[in-house]
Design a protein around this ligand. Structure first.
Ligand SMILES: NC(=O)C1=CN([C@@H]2O[C@H](COP(=O)(O)OP(=O)(O)OC[C@H]3O[C@@H](n4cnc5c(N)ncnc54)[C@H](O)[C@@H]3O)[C@@H](O)[C@H]2O)C=CC1
Ligand SMILES: O=C(CO)COP(=O)(O)O
Length: 329
């Protein structure tokens, strides 16, 4: 593999384009915003979404998806709710069998579909893979050590993709279970909002640990109900990302929770943000999916109710604390 295309010039798409370029791939980054395209090409920076990082490897930016037509593989890094429209736009340029690595973390509202299902509908000729794990864009862009899960049902293709993307400081671990990887990334964003709320309310470290652990149980139940393996979500793409995102206000999702726990409204918490907090859009879809699967997900339910304005923070916390005594397993 010699050429990479990246769809989505936000923080994560930019950081992954840098990974590709550092790995020696000829890399084209498609960005929606003309100012991102010109800044990357003229100043080697994405000041809009990843300020402060001057690229140390060559990335070519473009506003034309046709420029990705010849790429050996494509990373799709749009926000989850925009994956479908990005696939529609890329369809005329997608060759049969093109490997498409899905890097967004979320569940589509309305359809309740995972990103691989959206890809199957929108670009069935693509060969799917999922990249997910504990990886703040800024850490990766600065070249700090990071490990992620690369899930691909075609093991040979998965190995080729991981080999093409790997750097001493960026280590993909292989898996074949794409659903497990997707549920890990989608559900941890909702749980990070819960942990932020707990932190913002000053509920203490014990409550924080309980939320992570019981949240992980919700994530695992959902993954298994969808046919995934529990071991997958116990890896980097599930537990690993949950620990990262629930432990740092650097997380956009946790910071939304912190603001809500501190008494702000959702509107105030999101005001002026150019970056996406995926858990906000995915929470209702995650909850609807859990209900459809008959899976109990009380922490995700509480987050979704708070975000929808259907419950006050204190009321949601009281609801969680008054649930009946039950087996931990
Ligand atoms: N930033 C991070 O550290 C990481 C992000 N991710 C995931 O990557 C995905 C992309 O996130 P970021 O790159 O961080 O985004 P970002 O928050 O840096 O930027 C927002 C992105 O949304 C796009 N956008 C805004 N409105 C749009 C619209 N109407 N149609 C299409 N695109 C629109 C912008 O072009 C931009 O690419 C998300 O699913 C996120 O969960 C995954 C791992 C790490
Ligand atoms: O997914 C991420 C790290 O793995 C980024 O988390 P946030 O979107 O909450 O910042």
């Amino acid at each position: 593999m010699k050429t990479a295309g990246v769809i989505g010039g936000g923080a994560w798409g930019t950081a992954l384009a840098l990974v590709c370029a550092r790995a020696g791939l000829d890399t084209t980054l498609w960005a929606r915003e003309p100012e991102v395209v010109s800044a990357v090409n003229e100043t080697r920076e994405n000041r809009t979404f990843l300020p402060g990082v001057v690229f140390d490897a060559p990335v070519r930016a473009s506003g034309d998806l046709a420029d990705l037509a010849g790429a050996d593989f494509v990373l799709n890094v749009t926000p989850a709710q925009h994956l479908r429209s990005s696939l529609d736009a890329f369809r005329p340029y997608a060759r049969a069998g093109v490997p498409m690595v899905l890097c967004s973390k979320g569940v589509e509202q309305g359809s309740l579909k995972l990103m691989t299902e959206v890809l199957e509908e929108g670009l069935p000729q693509a060969s799917p893979a999922v990249l997910s794990g504990p990886s703040f864009a800024i850490d990766v862009a600065k070249g700090l050590p990071t490990a992620v899960t690369l899930a691909c049902p075609d093991e040979e293709l998965g190995f080729q993709l991981a080999a093409a993307l790997s750097l001493p400081t960026f280590r993909p671990y292989l898996a074949t279970d794409m659903i497990g990887a997707e549920i890990g990334g989608s559900v941890k964003n909702v749980l990070a909002i819960a942990c932020g709320i707990s932190e913002g309310k000053g509920l203490g470290r014990s409550a924080h640990a309980a939320l992570i652990t019981r949240g992980f149980a919700e994530m695992t139940r959902m993954a298994v109900a969808l046919g995934a393996e529990a071991e997958t979500v116990a890896g980097l793409c599930g537990l690993g990302d949950l620990v990262l995102t629930c432990s740092s206000p650097q997380s956009r999702n946790m910071s939304v929770g912190l603001a809500l726990g501190g008494g702000q409204t959702l509107e105030q918490a999101l005001a002026g943000k150019v970056s996406v907090a995926e858990g906000v859009a995915s929470a209702p879809a995650v909850v609807a999916l859990a209900r459809k699967l008959n899976v109990e997900a009380p922490i995700c339910e509480a987050v979704a109710a708070i975000l929808a304005g259907e419950a006050q923070v204190d009321q949601a916390i009281a609801g969680l604390l008054s649930r009946p005594i039950r087996s931990e397993r």
